[in-house]
Ligand binder design. Structure first.
Ligand SMILES: C[S@@+](CC[C@H](N)C(=O)[O-])C[C@H]1O[C@@H](n2cnc3c(N)ncnc32)[C@H](O)[C@@H]1O
Length: 276
């Protein structure tokens, strides 16, 4: 997920976030479904699916909300593991693509266009668990998301989410390399700068990069303390955090992943529980 140094700073509303992701949706769905998101396939999904299992246990028969589900790639993975899945996303085109896939290969997934900071289409206490894959740093209202998810969970229900690691993936991220070009360190800078911005990037392993436009991804940089304190102040009990490393086998297969094994985690995982 390389950073293309072309970003704009601007206030960003949910309407603008929705428009940006609508614009990304077709190309995103096509590339993700082709397996071109190598970070997902070889690093994030193996680690986060294991973290979900450790946090929730057997998913079979549980009613689970996927908050910020996109076109549903990971929602379908959990449905195939036996969960009764519901996906919610802000971008109507993402939900259209998810529903088309559900129509093509039914897995019993319900999809709704709704902000994870609102979730008003769902009744109180309607889910056994909630998950969110790499979405909660993409919305402006994280406190609203915590309140909304808390409301729709049953007592004892788990919330398990992954985000970009807020401590290392800052606006000032650069890699320091030795003479051979190997990454030896990364820099952290502007950690406290919470100005929303639009990041433009492509999946790094696209076979023909010139054939795809970069995604435009509105980003909201929150500090680690903001995430954790907001979660706890919303009533959740923090159970576990995760800072995954790509496996040695994944690094052998995809050497560009090794920097995330040797120096710092790209992702941050949280597992929390609504009290019984
Ligand atoms: C990086 S994508 C991840 C999508 C999906 N979870 C996956 O793993 O493929 C982030 C998603 O968050 C959605 N999103 C951003 N803000 C949102 C909000 N306030 N409520 C619901 N979805 C939101 C975007 O529309 C986009 O589909």
């Amino acid at each position: 997920m390389p950073r293309i140094p072309d970003s704009e700073s601007q206030p960003l509303s949910e309407r603008e976030v929705s428009r940006a992701w609508d614009g990304n949706a077709d190309s995103w769905a096509e590339q993700v479904r082709k397996g071109w998101d190598v970070y997902r396939e070889f690093y994030n999904n193996p680690a986060f699916l294991e973290f979900i299992g450790e946090s929730i246990g057997d998913l079979a028969g549980l009613s689970i909300l996927d908050a910020g589900c996109g076109e549903g790639y990971n929602t379908r993975i959990l449905a195939r593991r036996g969960a009764k899945m519901t996906g919610a996303d802000l971008a109507p085109r993402m939900i259209e693509l998810a529903r088309a896939e559900e129509h093509r290969e039914p897995l019993g997934i319900r999809y709704e266009v709704n902000s994870f900071s609102d979730l008003s289409v769902f009744a109180d206490v309607s889910f056994d668990a909630a998950v969110s894959f790499m979405a909660l740093m993409d919305g402006p209202d994280f406190p609203g998301a915590m309140r909304a998810i808390y409301r729709v969970l049953r007592p004892g229900g788990m919330l398990v989410f992954s985000i970009i690691h807020p401590c290392f993936i800052t606006k000032g991220l650069t890699w320091i390399r030795d003479e051979a070009g190997h990454e030896t360190a990364l820099t952290v800078a502007h950690y406290f700068d919470d100005t929303p911005w639009v990041e433009r990037w492509k999946f790094s392993q696209v076979p023909t990069p010139e054939s795809v436009e970069p995604f435009a991804v509105p980003r909201f940089d929150f500090t680690l303390s903001f995430y954790i304190n907001t979660l706890v102040e919303s009533g959740f009990v923090l159970r576990r955090i995760g800072e995954p490393r790509p496996s040695e086998a994944a690094c052998v297969q995809h050497p560009f992943l090794r920097r995330w094994r040797e120096h710092a985690p790209l992702f941050f995982y949280v597992s929390a529980q609504k009290p019984r």
